[in-house]
Design a protein around this ligand. Structure first.
Ligand SMILES: Cc1cc2nc3c(=O)[nH]c(=O)nc-3n(C[C@H](O)[C@H](O)[C@H](O)COP(=O)(O)O)c2cc1C
Length: 273
């Protein structure tokens, strides 16, 4: 089922895979093995595969040669620190689509984010062209307009009327911030941590996006509009019915560049005695 195989020529019997398996199902009998009745407990996390120093392990039909090497190839801490501190919510975008290959790369990397019990069920609903987002924006605004006219905005969300007016009267798009692309991340309700998995995937997406010159903005307003105020858009976007929407993000090539980091207060930390 999980196809756990050892290349006996390469295995140095170091026991790393045994010690690192989170399900603790790998045993050593001369070489590492997984008893057939234990296979069902495998997380499919590939820790055994990743930790093996000699590439002796194959699992799930994977060839270690097709992995990227990590040793000595990771970014420096200072670079990562600057990336994290320099990230900003981008609200001015160039009127350009991102290349399809770039979009795919961003999503392929984002889906390496961790998920509870390694569920890996995060689902990306992508608006991949600005023309499509323009149509969606128009239709959401029309929907909002109808809701407003029928006094249908729920208590606490009356401020959506201002966004509608900003669009109708001034062409100012507060809902999608004029971005060319939009992403809704969802996951099946039944998994262990659907919302958390989505948020971690989007956080990963956002950070990686920056390295490729792509700006992002977490889009709570569009999420509210699509998921809560006008849920027919959930169906229109093709978000599976049994999914919970984790969050939404608008993104594209920024029209702005930031010259320096913000200066936030140090972390609020309570050190347990
Ligand atoms: C969960 C969440 C929802 C957000 N929703 C919106 C939004 O709907 N529209 C918007 O312009 N910015 C939104 N933001 C961006 C925040 O306003 C922004 O992150 C914050 O002001 C700090 O600015 P920075 O991201 O540039 O550091 C959201 C951020 C988060 C984390």
């Amino acid at each position: 089922m999980i196809n756990f195989k050892i290349d006996q020529q390469k295995c140095i019997k170091c026991g790393s895979c045994v010690a690192d398996c989170p399900a603790r199902i790998i045993a050593m009998d001369g070489i590492p093995y997984i008893a057939p009745e234990k296979e069902v407990a495998c997380y499919r996390c590939q820790h055994c595969f990743s930790i093996c120093p000699t590439g002796a392990i194959s699992i799930l039909g994977l060839d270690p040669k097709n992995s990227q090497t990590l040793t000595g190839a990771l970014p420096e801490a200072d670079q990562m620190e600057l990336l994290i501190k320099g990230r900003r919510a981008v609200r001015q975008y160039k009127p350009e689509n991102l290349e399809p290959e770039l979009l795919q790369r961003l999503l392929n990397v984002a889906c390496y984010a961790p998920s509870g019990l390694n569920a890996r069920q995060v689902h990306f609903t992508l608006v991949d062209e600005r023309e499509k987002l323009a149509k969606l924006r128009d239709d959401v605004m029309t929907g909002l307009g109808k809701l407003i006219k029928g006094n249908g905005l729920p208590p606490g969300l009356e401020f959506f009327a201002d966004f509608y007016r900003a669009w109708e009267e001034h062409g100012v798009d507060i809902l999608f911030r004029g971005a060319p692309h939009f992403l809704v991340v969802s996951a099946p309700k039944g998994i262990v941590s659907p919302v958390e998995d989505c948020l971690i995937a989007l956080t990963t997406f956002e950070l990686f996006a920056q390295t490729l010159g792509v700006g992002t903005v977490w889009d709570g307003l569009a999420k509210l509009a699509i998921n809560d105020l006008l849920p027919e858009f959930r169906t229109r976007l093709g978000i599976p019915e049994d999914h919970v929407v984790g969050y939404a993000m608008a993104f594209g090539k920024p029209e702005v560049t930031y010259a320096r980091t913000a200066q936030h207060k140090p972390a609020a930390v309570h050190r347990v005695a």
